[in-house]
Design a protein around this ligand. Structure first.
Ligand SMILES: [Zn+2]
Length: 166
């Protein structure tokens, strides 16, 4: 079993960990304390007191509110998107790239998708403006709900007590 330092996990989250270490992490048996260490690194990156339970993506976490114990999706800036079982994207600012001119802003002409077949939906935080996710669906496709974790089972799996309001 492997063990890693907090700095290695921090560098992994930041995307600066060397490839040999990343490959080792991927291919070796997982270390027992990886969840706690990962949450510690994520918690160090934010200024709020709410306890991070799980990462949704870069700059976006599921947290247990320090004030009322509710479990919500929250941006690194502290903006709450509400209950973790709801699709946070429906409360985000959404920019849709649905024309050739809008695609020209990110790709050279003729290198982007045909917007009659594919659009980009960029989801950002209403409070700080951080881009939190991008989807590339067909234009008619509904807003995707990436995942709804079973937190009760998850905490059983990691061997820790689950928050009261799950
Ligand atoms: Zn934010």
């Amino acid at each position: 079993m492997s063990t890693y330092t907090k700095k290695q996990v921090h560098d992994l989250v930041e995307g600066t960990l060397d490839w040999d270490s990343v490959h080792k992490m991927l291919s070796m048996p997982k270390d027992e304390g990886r969840y706690e260490l990962y949450m510690e690194v994520l918690q160090d990156a934010v200024t709020y007191d709410d306890k991070i339970l799980l990462a949704v993506g870069p700059h976006l976490n599921i947290v247990e509110s320090a004030t009322d114990g509710e479990i919500v999706v929250q941006c690194d800036c502290g903006h709450s998107f509400g209950d973790y079982r709801e699709n946070w994207k429906l409360s985000a600012n959404i920019y849709v790239r649905d024309t050739a001119e809008k695609m020209d802003q990110v790709y050279p002409r003729l290198m982007s998708p045909d917007t009659a077949w594919q659009n980009y939906r960029e989801y950002s935080c209403p409070s700080c403006g951080t881009m939190l996710d991008i989807e590339a669906p067909t234009p008619w496709y509904p807003v995707m709900h990436d995942f709804q974790p079973d937190l009760k089972t998850f905490f059983e799996w990691v061997g820790q007590p689950a928050p009261a309001k799950i």
